[in-house]
Design a protein around this ligand. Structure first.
Ligand SMILES: [Zn+2]
Ligand SMILES: [Zn+2]
Length: 402
């Protein structure tokens, strides 16, 4: 069976997250988005773990109103690198908490704890409790592996061989990461890192896995690509949509060529700090000029959140009742967000605003314009000028092409 899975979100117990990040609210959004398996995030936080246990996390993957959850946590190491850990059950999460609390002052306060440990030590603790571990949003210019290190080995030392996956982050895709030869053996994850259940955040990136059942062991096999279980699709942003795609000022968002940023000592004209973009960072690290996809690498389907497309079409805010109403009608008719965006024949959609149908059509034909993000500001998506279509656009492939 194929399952869609978003393995990196945060609960209401992480800093700067929505108080709506509750299991039931997430489960209900997951259903609408066609996501069967969600990472809980924050599973070392005692109260969040209690809530998970109340739904059956002691036995492993648990179900809330039809959506499955697996225990996950993002931790920050002493170099500020973020790592994602996926755990078998609540007892293992408690064991990991007991190991790590000696190295953390905020493990009981923040869902994403900071640890006085290095990357290799984080991996060591994670595998001791049978967890799967890998770097989060690996290329972003801060709190990430390649922000501070030039290779997996530099960060993880002897433990690099135990790294199970690499999370691409919103500003990168597998074309970017497969220019770096040391990553060819790793499974790439595309996760949302959502801090709220809003339409355009949760599951804005997800993975599709081939598994026999929805359990931790099956997920583990899929991530490690064993026994026929494997990732079959990554779905996520065009890298340009991400907020760190281009090298840019973190204050005024002015974008710079890499040489210019270096020449300016990473100071913007406005006095703000310039941050290296993911695109430039990947070029520095690249072994190849073009991606070398290993045979196991699944296709990567680029999307724009459906709610963003609706917002563009009708010119209302993404969290307004009008956008939500159209969004709901689309996914009810199509079955899921990704089907509405990519698969369903547009003329089969009934009672949907003509402008929305046209905007989805533009998306499918690769005609939406993306002004790349950078410096912490997301890329800006816009509709094509009525009579100024870009003739070089590449049509979006449908899921049936894979
Ligand atoms: Zn992070
Ligand atoms: Zn500036």
């Amino acid at each position: 069976m194929h399952i869609n899975s978003d393995l990196h979100i945060h609960s209401k117990y992480s800093a700067a997250t929505s108080r709506h990040m509750e299991l039931k609210a997430i489960a209900s959004e997951a259903k609408k988005k066609g996501i069967q398996l969600v990472g809980t995030g924050d599973c070392l936080h005692p109260r969040w773990l209690e809530e998970a246990k109340a739904h059956g996390a002691s036995d492993g993957v648990f179900e809330v109103e039809g959506t499955h959850f697996v225990l996950t946590v993002e931790v920050e190491d002493r170099h500020r690198v973020h790592h994602l850990i996926i755990l078998p059950d609540a007892a293992k999460a408690e064991e990991l908490h007991d190991r790590l609390h000696h190295f953390s002052r905020d493990i009981d306060a923040d869902g994403r704890p900071r640890l006085q440990l290095s990357g290799d030590e984080v991996v060591e603790h994670a595998i001791e409790v049978d967890g799967l571990v890998g770097p989060c949003h690996a290329f972003t210019p801060w709190t990430a592996l390649y922000a501070y290190f030039d290779s997996l080995r530099e960060c993880y030392k002897d433990m690099a061989k135990h790294v199970a996956f690499l999370e691409l982050g919103l500003s990168a895709d597998s074309d970017y990461a497969d220019t770096i030869s040391e990553l060819s053996e790793l499974t790439f994850l595309s996760n949302s890192d959502a801090h709220s259940p809003w339409l355009n955040k949760f599951a804005r990136e997800f993975n599709r896995f081939e598994v026999r059942d929805i359990t931790f062991d099956e997920l583990k096999k899929a991530i490690l690509r064993r026994g026929g279980r494997k990732p079959v699709l990554n779905v996520g942003f065009f890298p340009e949509e991400g907020k760190y795609n281009r090298t840019a000022c973190t204050r005024c968002y002015r974008q710079y060529a890499l040489d210019e940023a270096i020449g300016r000592g990473w100071r913007c004209e406005c006095g703000g700090l310039i941050k290296k973009g993911v695109r430039d960072r990947v070029r520095e690290l690249a072994t190849y000029d073009v991606p070398h996809h290993p045979p196991h690498r699944p296709p990567y389907v680029h999307t724009i959140p459906l709610a963003e497309v609706v917002k563009l079409a009708i010119g209302k805010g993404v969290n307004t009742a009008s956008v939500r109403e159209i969004w709901l009608s689309l996914i009810e008719q199509a079955g899921s967000e990704i089907a509405a965006l990519i698969d369903v024949p547009l003329d089969s959609l009934e009672g949907v605003d003509e402008r929305v149908i046209r905007a989805i059509g533009h998306f499918r034909e690769g005609k939406l314009i993306i002004e790349p993000g950078g410096g912490g500001r997301y890329g800006v998506v816009s509709l094509p000028e009525e009579d100024g279509f870009n003739s070089e656009s590449t049509p979006q492939r449908t899921l049936l092409d894979f």
